[in-house]
Design a protein around this ligand. Structure first.
Ligand code: SAH
Length: 244
């Protein structure tokens, strides 16, 4: 079976803008149950239909639906609706200067996705909290497309506590985001191949405040992200999984 149907999940509108514009993607009205805030778009890459889902706005707070709660739900309804044969979670993230990250670097998931903020010190639940959800093997495409292979760790906060940092380090993570592990879990439940692409907006181990760096670099990181999504999609489409 070849890959012919990719679903791309992106949390924030601004992260998605470059690819929406570049592919001139059309929004599909009534994409999902109208209780849900998610927005479904359709475009063409390599003559194949590609679907993109963004989190939409929270009606109460009027901000984008970010982090694991909407990510989990949107992944599930997207898989049910689109029946994709590959799921890509694309977004921005924090990186570590000491692990070689720069603003705008695009990482591709190279190993299992884990959490760093689900601390449950009860036997069995400790490991459950951290989790370990599969990523597709991406070493060949990383090399061919000049993407940086990296380990991604997910939590529900943009800031960083000492506890979180300790677990990020024991996860051996290069990248800190707020959605990837949640989506990887849903992909695993459905038996669907998953990979994540994360463009760095902020360097966690430098002095500048994360939120300022994030807003300053969102546009450049999203531009790089859009490029990477297109390249990865072109690489994967029309190939069997075993040849990736
Ligand atoms: N104040 C911002 C909030 C963005 S939260 C705004 O609304 O404009 C950050 C988003 O980018 C999340 O979806 C997350 O996945 C990603 N992200 C970027 N930098 C991150 C970091 N240092 N830690 C965790 N997630 C980060």
């Amino acid at each position: 079976m070849i890959i012919s149907n990719i679903a791309i999940l992106i949390a924030m509108r601004e992260e998605a803008n470059p690819i929406l514009n570049q592919l001139k993607m059309d929004m599909i009205a009534d994409g999902f149950d109208n209780h849900l805030p998610f927005e479904l778009y359709k475009g063409i890459i390599e003559e194949r239909e590609v679907h993109l889902v963004i989190g939409g706005k929270d009606k109460v707070y009027n901000v984008d639906n970010i982090a694991t709660q909407p990510a989990t739900l949107s992944a599930h309804v997207t898989i049910e609706k689109i029946q994709p044969d590959l799921i890509i979670n694309a977004g921005t993230a924090g990186g570590f200067k000491k692990r070689g990250a720069n603003i705008g670097t695009v990482y591709i998931s190279s190993d299992q996705l884990k959490y760093h903020d689900r601390r449950i010190p009860i036997p069995g639940y400790r490991e459950y909290g951290i989790g370990a959800y599969p990523s597709l093997k991406t070493d060949r495409m990383a090399q061919e497309l000049n993407l940086v292979p990296g380990i991604i760790s997910t939590g529900n906060s943009l800031d960083l506590t000492d506890n979180d940092l300790e677990i990020i380090q024991s996860n051996n993570a290069d990248v800190k985001d707020m959605e990837a592990a949640a989506i990887a879990w849903v992909a695993m439940l459905h038996g669907k191949p998953f990979l994540a692409l994360k463009a760095i907006t902020d360097l966690i181990d430098t002095d500048s405040p994360t939120q300022e760096e994030f807003l300053e670099n969102l546009s450049i990181a999203s531009k790089n992200l859009g490029q990477a999504i297109i390249e990865v999609s072109k690489y994967c489409l029309n190939k069997p999984l075993s040849e990736l």
